[in-house]
Design a protein around this ligand. Structure first.
Ligand code: ZN
Length: 324
């Protein structure tokens, strides 16, 4: 983790960070940004640091190019606590049972419109951060479009999504798109060693398991139950592969009850398992990401022919496309 004047304490995503910083320094802010890419790459943290850099009193008083928020001033503290009066976080309402929704509703956008139609309380900018922007309901999308079509110089929108293809093109075309990319395993591993003080072996294992997603590696390192559950899901799936049709149907039935997001992430995990089997068949055991089931993966590699492995990978990809 570097922390110089061009970087925020985030693993990877330098291109995006440098771009956002230069937007602040040159005072050329887009009306709307859309951060997209797989989960666990730091989209929320980057949004937070961007907003804090924008409002940080220390930075603004300094009049310099140094764009690391101080985290000490009142503005920074309120932004990181998510209570700053001119920064609105919008996400699926899961508060109470009555109000809980599957989507970001039109009411939420209407309420937001009321807020952004007022002048910023701090007489500077207003920022709206929309988490899981793919879950905007259709009426909410239309209402949001109307707001985006009448740009107000003092309001900045930041939309975050793991699924760019679910964002209507009408919204996309009004946003500055920033793609978040997977991070090299070696960088994640050194972050785990240097910042979280993990032993080299564990840092290496967890960075392999995270497959380029630093947020996931950090969660594995900090929440043991999360790691154990993840490993159990993988081991269960490997067991099912080797078992008969009945247990395969059982698994399908169980998974069919899950949310779209869960199914999608399971499919992604399965693709990675078959990638591991493929790597094992090539003799590249060191690159296997699911290190804790290496013996099982090796025996599956012997069991499957190349043609069969390619077919399964193709089908998994197709399944994911259908689902999307
Ligand atoms: Zn500050």
């Amino acid at each position: 983790m570097r922390q110089d004047k061009f970087s925020w304490p985030i693993v990877g995503q330098e291109k995006n960070i440098i771009f956002l910083i230069s937007n602040i320094v040159k005072q050329k802010l887009a009306h709307a940004y859309l951060f997209y890419g797989p989960a666990h790459l730091g989209k929320q943290i980057v949004a937070e640091y961007f907003v804090a850099s924008l409002f940080c009193s220390a930075r603004r008083a300094n009049q310099s190019n140094i764009t690391i928020p101080c985290r000490q001033c009142a503005n920074c503290q309120q932004i990181f606590k998510r209570i700053y009066p001119d920064v609105f976080w919008l996400e699926i309402n899961t508060d109470t049972k009555e109000k809980a929704t599957k989507n970001i509703s039109i009411e939420q956008i209407r309420n937001l419109k009321k807020k952004v139609s007022l002048k910023p309380l701090t007489n500077f900018y207003q920022v709206v951060i929309i988490k899981n922007a793919e879950s905007l309901s259709l009426p909410a999308v239309n209402a949001l479009l109307k707001i985006l079509e009448e740009p107000n110089k003092q309001t900045i929108f930041i939309l975050l999504t793991d699924y760019l293809n679910f964002i209507p093109s009408t919204i996309r075309s009004r946003c500055r798109l920033l793609r978040f990319r997977l991070v090299k395993q070696a960088r994640i591993s050194s972050f785990l060693r240097e910042q979280l003080h993990l032993a080299p072996k564990q840092a290496n294992e967890l960075s392999r398991l995270s497959n380029g997603r630093p947020g996931l590696a950090i969660r594995f390192a900090q929440q043991n139950k999360f790691l154990v559950d993840y490993q159990k899901n993988i081991s269960d799936f490997i067991k099912v592969i080797t078992e008969g049709i009945v247990s395969k149907f059982d698994l399908a039935k169980r998974i069919a009850k899950s949310s779209f997001k869960e199914i999608n992430s399971r499919l992604a995990d399965w693709q990675l398992i078959f990638r591991d089997i493929y790597l094992a068949k090539m003799g590249k055991q060191k690159l296997i990401s699911h290190y804790f089931v290496e013996p099982e993966i090796n025996s599956l590699a012997k069991h499957y022919s190349w043609q069969r492995l390619i077919l399964i990978s193709k089908n998994l990809l197709k399944l994911q496309q259908y689902l999307n």
